[in-house]
Design a protein around this ligand. Sequence first.
Ligand code: ATP
Ligand code: PAF
Ligand code: BAL
Length: 278
Amino acid sequence: MQILRTVAELRTRVRGWKQDGRQVGVVPTMGALHEGHMSLVRAARRGCDRVIVTIFVNPMQFNNPDDLSKYPRTEDADAALLFREGVDILFAPGPDEVYPQGFDSRVLVGGVTAPLEGEMRPGHFEGVATVVAKLFGMTQADRAYFGQKDWQQLQVVRRMVTDLNIPVEVVGCETIREADGLAMSSRNARLDPLSRAQAPALHRIMVKTAAQIRGGSEIAASLAQARDDLRQAGFTEVEYLDLRTAAMLEPATGIEQPVRLLAAAWIGGVRLIDNIPV
Ligand SMILES: Nc1ncnc2c1ncn2[C@@H]1O[C@H](COP(=O)(O)OP(=O)(O)OP(=O)(O)O)[C@@H](O)[C@H]1O
Ligand SMILES: CC(C)(CO)[C@@H](O)C(=O)[O-]
Ligand code: BAL
């Protein structure tokens, strides 16, 4: 595995692969890798001839400076994990390589960026879409692998790729969970022992609520109950827990079309997100 830090080096390497007719997969990440990321890497390994993993903690998508400064950074351990998975290139550019002097463009995706994460983290999806478009341009990947854990992000990337005719196939991979149901996330490392013990309630309550809604319970009442249950379980703030259409994330009033429960809530000073189909 090579660790590359500049776009020029990356392009030279990828050009060689393309000349040999190789299919290239990319797994964009912000590092602090766990089994969730590894499942994306393995999917890329299965689906492509060459695999690039990118690690870049993208300042443009953080609306909260505290969140950015506390974001876990574990590059040496990450590189060891990726080496073992047979990754070809770890691309880990610095901020000046991604946003050099004079950089002045943004990718704005419409409706699907507005609610939920878009509302709670203003500017977040502008930062995500901009950096993902750049990573696609830098890596020239044929396929890109994203986790369903960040469901709204996956929809935003799909919209962008369609709208801008970006020649990348977007592959969504299922959420990998701890044995107790907690969705794996780099931010879980910041949970203190009590919060870590309480955190699986998020998934548990969502599963129960989805079953109630499927069983015909009134949607608004079920959601209100779920938000109460979360607070009882130790969550200090529930930013949202809502039933939404799966692709556009519009409020769902029934379950005739594909819908999902999506939630963001704080526990022990850490913001967790999760989503499941109903
Ligand atoms: N538990 C998981 N299962 C499947 N994919 C995941 C999981 N966690 C993260 N991913 C995916 O890995 C990619 C990189 O995500 P990222 O580096 O932000 O990790 P993260 O664990 O989601 O961190 P964060 O704490 O920021 O949520 C994204 O496509 C994300 O959806
Ligand atoms: C896709 C991504 C790597 C863009 O910075 C990030 O949002 C993430 O890790 O999900
Ligand atoms: N996992 C999505 C990236 C972020 O939280 O900023």
